[in-house]
Design a protein around this ligand. Structure first.
Ligand SMILES: Nc1ncnc2c1ncn2[C@@H]1O[C@H](COP(=O)(O)OP(=O)(O)OP(=O)(O)O)[C@@H](O)[C@H]1O
Ligand SMILES: [Mg+2]
Length: 305
């Protein structure tokens, strides 16, 4: 049994409702899955806000945004003030192997750009944005790391909406305009280790821009320029647009969110077939419900094993 088949089998065992829906998938480098329950059963409200405030002391072309952390917390997202919680614990389990893969010097995975992490899924609505933002918040808590969250789901910019940054310059602007540099679109935030690149302006061919030479150069620069930085790309779903698999080519690690009780084996298999063999892949079973043992903390196994 390939590693990915084992991971999918674990997913299957972790969710009764998923049983029979997820079957064997192509062999790839893969981590064991993490299962994230939907503890409340409620969707997070879409009402978020953030103020933007240009920092007078900031260097030319750099920007600063102030996240409304209280509101984000009320909406169910992790913030630096979040105490110990099931969500914080789950994110710790997801980030540990990602950070180890990115910065550990002991393993050669045959994959480049290991500090670049794509968060994707098979279909829309499986929890990519929820995972991306929470993962970024969790990594921002690490003392010696910075994290850059990039809203690369340019056609459906979830993080940009949640952070209320729809009018800000971002990825699309950068990809279209050769005169812009990374600091022109990258924002500092009031979370000390967290930077953000919004999706930018709406553009009819926004998703196609993800396959441009400029995107390739951007990822290369992000991968090499800041060696202690993790970059998380909230990305389009693999089956919804062919450009997503091009983004998958540019990163070293891929977190694939699988929505419990909704995603069929065919969809997961098809999505996985679009990811190259040398990528490090982790699966997250999201919005899992059902009866687990009393020692269940919302994850299953160790991601990246
Ligand atoms: N584990 C979870 N617990 C609670 N709510 C969740 C969880 N995961 C996702 N949600 C909620 O489910 C909805 C869809 O999630 P999200 O927006 O993250 O999905 P997505 O994959 O980014 O969707 P899209 O493809 O539209 O960008 C949101 O309202 C989100 O807040
Ligand atoms: Mg989204």
């Amino acid at each position: 049994m390939s590693t990915i088949e084992k991971a999918l089998e674990k997913l299957r065992q972790s969710s009764g409702q998923l049983a029979g829906k997820v079957a064997a998938a192509p062999a790839k480098a893969v981590g064991a899955p993490v299962v994230m329950p939907d503890p409340s059963g409620n969707s997070v409200s879409a009402q978020h806000s953030a103020e933007t405030a240009p920092s007078s002391s900031a260097a030319k072309n750099s920007h600063r945004m102030v996240l409304d952390l209280l509101r984000l917390e009320k909406m169910g997202f992790l913030t630096p003030e979040s105490g110990r919680s099931q969500l914080a614990e789950e994110m710790r389990h997801i980030k540990r192997p990602l950070l180890l893969n990115a910065f550990g010097d002991h393993v050669d995975f045959g994959s480049n750009n290991l500090n670049l992490i794509m968060v994707t899924s098979s279909r829309p609505g499986e929890g990519k944005t929820y995972t991306s933002l929470n993962l970024a918040m969790s990594i921002a808590k690490e003392r010696d790391k910075t994290v850059l969250l990039v809203d690369a789901d340019v056609a459906k910019p979830g993080v940009t909406r949640v952070l209320n940054m729809e009018s800000a310059k971002g990825l699309v602007d950068y990809l279209l305009d050769d005169t812009l540099s990374i600091p022109d679109v990258m924002m500092r935030t009031n979370v000390p280790n967290l930077r953000f690149i919004p999706a930018g302006k709406r553009h009819i061919h926004s998703t196609e821009l993800l396959t441009s030479e400029n995107m390739k150069q951007l990822t290369e620069e992000l991968a090499t320029r800041y060696p202690d930085r993790v970059v998380i790309f909230d990305s389009p779903p693999l089956l919804a647009t062919s450009e997503a698999s091009v983004v998958a080519e540019l990163v070293g690690q891929i977190v694939m969110v699988v929505e419990a009780e909704q995603t069929s084996s065919d969809e997961v298999r098809e999505a996985l077939s679009l990811i190259a063999e040398n990528k490090i892949l982790g699966l997250i079973l999201n919005k899992a419900r059902g009866s687990f043992g009393t020692d269940y903390y919302g994850y299953y196994g160790k991601y990246g094993e």
